[in-house]
Design a protein around this ligand. Structure first.
Ligand code: 3BY
Ligand code: FES
Ligand code: FE
Length: 424
């Protein structure tokens, strides 16, 4: 056949790639990014291709797909993904795209199936992605084996599911080993989602992450959260008071007795884990600071575990307490639109209405998420002005934002440097 192969079409983003690399190389470090990074459609397309299709992403929790055939779906930009527990008990991930004519295969957010059956013409796939059945008239030489679902890289650790849409994912196992170790006390096989929420913010995804990486804004915006949260989580932080340091010393001795890890660990700027005390006398991120669930998580015997904070760039932050945990997932929807999904986890044997009230459990972070949504949306509106110019981050209050932007700039430059993707 003499057709022009689609990969010979020009890369419509070629100019944007060069301009983006130039802007990153010229950027003032410790300053917010130039306007197009937050509102331009081409920059958004590059973020999706170079960050969200190449880096490891937090997708969900293993407890959400507990049984063989349990599945969940999510969209990474224009890529629908299905994550399913196979007959072998392992977690598999696939492009949620039928190999017949490309229909989306699973349309529900979550469910349980024996086989994956396409709603269009009922092509039927095994839970491991093999095509089992393709109607009766595909011809006698039709080779089922050539039409399996396209796999997506997937790794699990400590109950977290990470996916990677590239063919050469970056290394992540050192972080996953530590994550598994830090989550061991929570026995993540014995966990369930008590309640979840998804909100859409009219802001670029980087504004959502930037907002999360600092507590400079907490005093002005988060009365509910500040009933429990310390605004810093490291005794080396210049803001750490003698009172904080002595509280940390006391709690670390308790945590050692309970044999739970607390040391601050970093894996580049992508991952950060640390256990930090909540305010003195407070054990959970609830309105009154007392446990939101009577049954503690995992093997823990005290609710007073502070908060194990886990950061995973580009799209997740998390708080693990003694009585419940909260996991956050960020998925970009458009240049100025982002979905934030929050899940509150409790022991799987905790009984709703007896051990916990989902409405109580979710109150602090529902309020906090809504406050952060407004902040990110106002940030976006100001950035869209012709008056916007990059402004300085505080090294004391906003080091987390600096680290995020450094990570982002480094990954984007590295990934842009590889050959431009061919269109298939
Ligand atoms: O608690 C959080 O997840 C983040 C960290 C600092 C401020 N912010 C509310
Ligand atoms: Fe899936 Fe036809 S598109 S069976
Ligand atoms: Fe906030």
């Amino acid at each position: 056949m003499d057709l022009i192969a689609t990969h010979e079409l020009d890369d419509p983003l070629a100019k944007a790639r060069e301009a983006t690399a130039d802007m990153l190389q010229a950027r003032a470090r410790n300053f917010s990014l130039p306007q197009p990074f937050y509102n331009d459609a081409r920059l958004f397309a590059l973020d999706m291709q170079e960050i969200f299709e190449k880096e490891w992403l937090f997708a969900g929790m293993t407890c959400e797909i507990p049984a063989k055939g349990s599945f969940m779906t999510l969209d990474v930009g224009s890529n629908p993904i299905i994550i399913v527990r196979g007959n072998d008990g392992h977690v598999h991930a696939f492009h949620n795209v039928c190999r017949h004519r490309g229909s989306r295969l699973c349309v529900k957010d979550k469910g349980k199936v024996a086989k994956l059956v396409c709603p269009y013409h009922q092509w039927t796939y095994e839970l491991d992605g093999r095509l089992l059945f393709a109607g009766s008239d595909m011809g006698s030489d039709f080779d089922l084996a050539s039409y399996g679902l396209k796999p997506v890289n997937v790794k699990t650790a400590g109950g977290f599911i990470f996916i990677n849409l590239s063919e050469n994912p970056p290394a992540i196992d050192d972080f996953l080993v530590t994550l598994e170790h830090y989550l061991e006390p929570y026995q993540m096989d014995n966990v369930k989602v008590a309640v979840e929420s998804s909100i859409v913010e009219q802001a670029n995804w980087k504004l959502v992450i930037e907002n999360n990486r600092e507590c400079y804004h907490c005093n002005g915006s988060h009365p509910e959260l500040l009933n429990s949260l310390q605004e810093f989580d490291d005794t080396e932080d210049p803001r750490a008071t003698p009172a904080y340091k002595s509280l940390v010393a006391r709690k670390q001795a308790d945590w050692d007795n309970e044999q739970v890890p607390w040391q601050l660990k970093r894996f580049g700027k992508r991952n950060r884990l640390t256990r930090t005390p909540l305010l003195d006398g407070i054990v959970s991120m609830t309105m009154d600071g007392q446990p939101g669930c009577k049954k503690l998580m995992g093997r823990l015997t005290s609710p007073d575990m502070g908060s194990l904070r886990i950061l995973h760039l580009p799209n997740s932050w998390n708080h693990f307490m003694g009585d419940h945990s909260i996991v956050f997932r960020v998925l970009p929807l458009g240049p100025q639109q982002t979905m934030v999904t929050t899940k509150w986890l409790v022991h799987k044997d905790a009984v709703e209405g007896v051990d916990y009230d989902p409405e109580q459990l979710r109150r602090v972070w529902d309020a906090t998420n809504d406050q952060d949504r407004r902040l990110a949306e106002e940030n976006q509106r100001g950035i869209n002005s012709k008056a916007y110019q990059p402004g300085p981050y505080s090294e004391t209050y906003e080091f987390g934002v600096i680290d995020f932007i450094d990570w982002y700039a480094e990954r984007l430059l590295t990934n842009l440097d590889q050959d431009a993707p061919t269109l298939h």
